[in-house]
Each structure stands twice: as structure tokens, then as C-alpha cells.
Design a protein around this ligand. Structure first.
Ligand code: ASP
Length: 344
């Protein structure tokens, strides 16, 4: 069962709605024609395998949240993805602390865990909080005790690769401390990363999930946007779902998942909703995080899917992609953006 509708959006109308300066408006012009179909699954780019798994489950009649959690489990259990689950980069003490949250549109329920240690699939623990408790959010030691009581197995989440990365980060912190710098120039590639996944099934039911190891080398106990309902992800079964990857501290201040869904509720198509959220985020960025040209010195992405199957993702700086799977199969598409990529 597939519904199909075509939408035409003009870049001029989009630019007017966004009140962007001319050079931004050109960069932000959305794909002119978007075909909506259901089911559809979208995620951050690292979910390219996961969106296919989730889509296949949806076509076999799986529940929306079960389908996308199966999709993100692939990254959580992939030790090579250093942004999530096992193999995720640790905090400043070298301990992996994971955050995740989810929302189930049809039943209007939500679950979340923060700073969870020793359990590789925090998305499933967040869903267990949703399914088996009267609470929405559990953190730290309590979240772990809950997970163990629910039958999740404890395991070491630090891999040899992430331990080595942490050691290098630790050694390079201070030339004068007792940790000797390694005599190599091994790059520590990135310090953030996450997977957000959202879907609409053929009936129009919607769910969202976000799971992450958070900002690498964070202060122990730091919780990012991913477990914050309304920031890392949000879902309203009458409107759509949205989620985020990138600098969580920036997202929390604008409740970006919620805000994006609210923009869609007001009638904006997903690509304009994510751009409006990015604009709000720029406006809320504190001075110390602005470059000399007044733009943020970090990047962040928002992903949005509407109840009718339209979808989009937006990023501050040109170049990011996101994953999507519908009847045309899994693929990466370009995010709309506010700014051209800064020259280095
Ligand atoms: N949003 C995540 C956090 O701040 C990190 C990321 O997506 O890169 O914890």
C-alpha cells in the first residue's frame, strides 16, 4: 500500500519564507521537486545500511519504532562506527557513556537513557524505559541497573582502537604533564557523531530514535541532545518526526527536534522546517562559538519526515548527506544548507 503525491516548491518561495540574505537563499534553495511515498525511512548518513533494514521491516508490517530501532542497532553494534554504541569514543576518563531516546507516534510514548555505561544498545534500553516504566528518562547508574534487570548484557564498550584514540587525546592534552606524547601523527578524526532515524509507514504511523556515544572526551556525566525528548528527536503522529546530529549543546537550546516538527505543523515542508530550525540555532549561538564572519564554528544537522512521506535534512555548512530508503531503495542524498562550506 503506497500513497504518492507530488510536491512542487519554488526556491523563491522558500527563500521568502526563510527571510534569508540573497547569497544564503541561493545556497539553501531546496530540491525543486520532491516526490513523497510511504513507507519512507530517513537517517543520518551513517544509517545507510540501517534505513534499508528498517524499510524492509516496515514493508513486512513491523511496528514503526521496532523497525527503526533494528536499523540503528546495526550502527550500535558496529565497532567501526566510533560515534555510537560499542566502539563509540569515550569520555575524558576513557569510559564510554551512551545516550539514546525514542518516540512512538501511534501510542504517544517516549523513552530515554543518558550516560549509560556497559550496554551496547541504548536505543533498546530507551524503548524498555518506554515500554516497562511510568518514567521517560533514566540516567547513569540507575539506567544501567534498570538495563541489567531487563536482561541486557553488560560488556566492555571500549575497543582497542578507541582506547588508543583516547590515550593519544589524553597524551596530547598537555605537553608538560606526566603523559608522554606518542611519537606519531595518528589523526584522531572526529569528536562527534550519532545516528538519528525517523520513519513513516504505509498507514502514516511515525516513530523516531536517536542513539550516540556523544561528544568524544566529554566531561564524565555530560548528557547531550540525543536523550533529550524534543531535542535529539521528536515525533508527533499527526505531523511528522525530526531528529539531529552534531553539536548537542547548540540543539538543546532550541529544542530542535520539537521545533522542526512545530514548523511542519504550521505548514512548512520538511526542507524549510529544517532550515528555519537552523536559522533559530544560529541566532541562539553564543559569541564565543562564532567565527569572525559571525557564523558558528561547528556544524549540526536536522532530519525531518512529514506524515505524508515528504522528507529532508538540513545542515549549517554545505556538504553533509543523509540516508533515505523508500520504494526506490537505500541511497544518500544531499542536505539543504544555510552556508557554503568555510574555507580552511
Ligand atoms: N549530538 C551528539 C551529542 O551532542 C553528538 C553528535 O551528533 O555528533 O551528544
Amino acid at each position: 500500500m503506497t500513497t504518492r503525491r507530488d510536491f512542487l516548491t519554488s526556491s523563491a518561495a522558500a527563500a521568502a519564507a526563510l527571510s534569508l540574505r540573497p547569497q544564503q537563499a541561493a545556497a539553501a534553495a531546496p530540491t525543486p521537486r520532491i516526490t513523497a511515498s510511504r513507507p519512507v525511512v530517513i537517517s543520518s548518513a551513517n544509517g545507510l545500511r540501517g534505513v534499508k533494514v528498517a524499510y524492509d521491516r516496515l514493508t513486512r508490517g513491523a511496528d514503526t519504532l521496532d523497525a527503526i530501532i533494528a536499523g540503528v542497532n546495526i550502527q550500535e553494534l558496529d565497532a567501526d562506527d566510533q560515534s555510537v554504541g560499542i566502539g563509540g569514543l569515550p569520555n575524558a576518563d576513557g569510559v564510554v557513556q551512551l545516550d539514546a531516546s525514542c518516540m512512538h507516534g501511534p501510542t504517544k510514548r517516549a523513552g530515554s537513557v543518558g550516560a549509560l555505561e556497559g550496554i551496547a544498545t541504548p536505543s533498546l534500553v530507551a524503548k524498555a524505559v518506554m515500554d516497562y516504566t511510568d518514567h521517560i528518562m533514566l540516567v547513569g547508574e540507575g539506567a544501567k541497573r534498570f538495563a541489567l534487570a531487563m536482561g541486557f548484557k553488560e560488556q566492555e564498550l571500549l575497543t582497542e582502537k578507541t582506547r588508543q584514540d583516547w590515550l593519544r587525546w589524553r597524551a596530547r592534552l598537555n605537553k608538560d604533564d606526566a603523559w608522554l606524547d606518542h611519537d606519531d601523527d595518528v589523526a584522531i578524526k572526529f569528536t562527534t557523531g550519532t545516528i538519528n532515524m525517523n520513519c513513516v509507514d504505509a498507514k502514516g504511523d511515525i516513530s523516531s530514535v536517536t542513539t550516540t556515544s556523544g561528544m568524544a572526551w566529554k566531561i564524565p556525566g555530560r548528557i547531550g541532545d540525543s536523550p533529550v525528548i524534543g531535542a535529539g528527536q521528536y515525533c508527533d503522529n499527526t505531523v511528522g518526526a525530526a531528529g539531529s546530529t552534531g553539536r548537542g549543546e547548540a540543539n538543546i537550546k532550541v529544542c530542535g527536534g520539537f521545533l522542526t516538527v512545530e514548523f511542519m505543523r504550521q505548514g512548512l515542508p520538511p526542507e524549510q522546517a529544517v532550515l528555519r530550525t537552523l536559522e533559530r540555532l544560529v541566532a541562539m549561538t553564543e559569541q564565543r562559538l562564532l567565527r569572525p564572519d559571525g557564523r558558528p564554528n561547528f556544524d549540526i544537522q536536522f532530519y525531518a519526515v512529514a506524515k505524508d512521506g515528504r522528507y529532508a535534512a538540513g545542515t549549517l555548512y554545505e556538504g553533509a548527506q543523509f540516508a533515505v530508503c523508500d520504494e526506490k531503495g537505500p541511497r544518500l542524498e544531499k542536505c539543504v544548507h544555510l552556508f557554503a562550506r568555510p574555507s580552511r
